[in-house]
Design a protein around this ligand. Structure first.
Ligand SMILES: NC(=O)C1=CN([C@@H]2O[C@H](COP(=O)(O)OP(=O)(O)OC[C@H]3O[C@@H](n4cnc5c(N)ncnc54)[C@H](O)[C@@H]3O)[C@@H](O)[C@H]2O)C=CC1
Ligand SMILES: CCCCCC(=O)/C=C/C=C\C=C\C=C\[C@@H](O)[C@@H](O)CCCC(=O)O
Length: 268
């Protein structure tokens, strides 16, 4: 996707992977709205970006993605402020197995809502120009992981992405929907996950056996790949220290015999 002059909305963008994604999008010439509950970090990030990329290209919107009205209001504010919407990155997420309902709300329910809003504002059948949605899942959504509710939310994001990325939907909306699945990356989420001790110990072990931590720029390379590969829709990209690979390209039972797959009807 060519991003010069386009408009992006990134949730959970005050810090961490959301901030890294937002900066990569700015570097490619788009305007970016940063949504987050952390007002001080969000304002600071927006101020930094304004200095580097221009005050007219970045805005912070205080938004709890789990509050339906706030998320809807934030999408409307972005369109009012920048005059359109072309790219949504549903990134905000937490790991909390104690307050597990909250974990589902932030990581899954809000991503469903973010996708619906993205389709509402970008979908051609609604008067939009088409666009791209990138959902932040995790390697935990692809393989067994010691924190089961977190893993469930991330697997849910994979299923949501694949199904919203079906060709018949693209033919109607011209909005591609893809997911990024990073492994352990150095951000604040690693510092204080609210998980029982046995889960934490098991994660430490997985981290060691998996080859260690990635850094934010490693994951941003995955975002860049999804931005560049305009033919990808419903794609699920794993990003680890071992490299990047797409998941789940195999045909379902309905396509298996013929080996055919309907081509995309429209590329945004
Ligand atoms: N760091 C890692 O190892 C991995 C992280 N991820 C995912 O990446 C995404 C970003 O996480 P990180 O940058 O690592 O963590 P982080 O904790 O540094 O950033 C998360 C951001 O989301 C915001 N946020 C949390 N709840 C929110 C809400 N209700 N509304 C709006 N904003 C909210 C936080 O304030 C924070 O700015 C998450 O979805 C996480 O699950 C996926 C795979 C690996
Ligand atoms: C294999 C799937 C990885 C998916 C990672 C993910 O989506 C979210 C992880 C969130 C929190 C994980 C916390 C893990 C903590 C410990 O492993 C700890 O050892 C991390 C230490 C970090 C450091 O050395 O700086």
């Amino acid at each position: 996707m060519q991003l010069s002059g386009k408009v992006a909305l990134v949730t959970g963008a005050a810090q961490g992977l959301g901030k890294g994604c937002a900066e990569a999008i700015l570097e490619r010439g788009a305007k970016v709205a940063l949504l987050d509950t952390n007002e001080s970090a969000g304002q600071e990030t927006a101020a930094d970006f304004a200095l580097k990329y221009g005050a007219d290209r970045c805005t912070f919107i205080l938004c709890d993605v789990t509050a339906k009205d706030q998320l809807e209001g934030a999408f409307q504010k972005v369109v009012d402020h920048f005059g359109g919407l072309d790219l949504v990155v549903n990134n905000a997420g937490i790991l909390n197995e104690v307050q597990w309902e909250k974990c589902i709300d932030v990581n899954l329910v809000s991503v469903v809502r973010g996708c619906h809003l993205g389709l509402r504002y970008m979908g051609k059948q609604n008067g939009g120009n088409g666009g791209l949605i990138i959902n932040m899942s995790s390697v935990a959504g692809l393989y067994a992981f010691p924190s089961p509710v977190y893993a469930t939310t991330k697997a849910g994001v994979v299923g949501l992405t694949r199904s919203l990325g079906m060709d018949y939907k693209l033919g109607r909306d011209c909005v591609r929907v893809n997911a990024l699945c990073p492994s352990f990356t150095t951000t604040a989420i690693l510092a204080d996950p609210e998980v029982p001790e046995d889960q934490y110990q098991h994660m430490k072990d997985m981290l060691e056996r998996g080859g260690g931590l990635m850094q934010i720029p490693d994951v941003v390379k995955g975002l860049a790949k999804l931005l560049d590969e305009d033919d990808k829709n419903g794609a699920v990209l794993e990003v680890t220290v071992q490299g990047m690979k797409y998941h789940g390209d195999e045909s379902g039972p309905w396509d298996r015999e013929s080996g055919t797959h309907q081509p995309n009807l429209c590329i945004a």
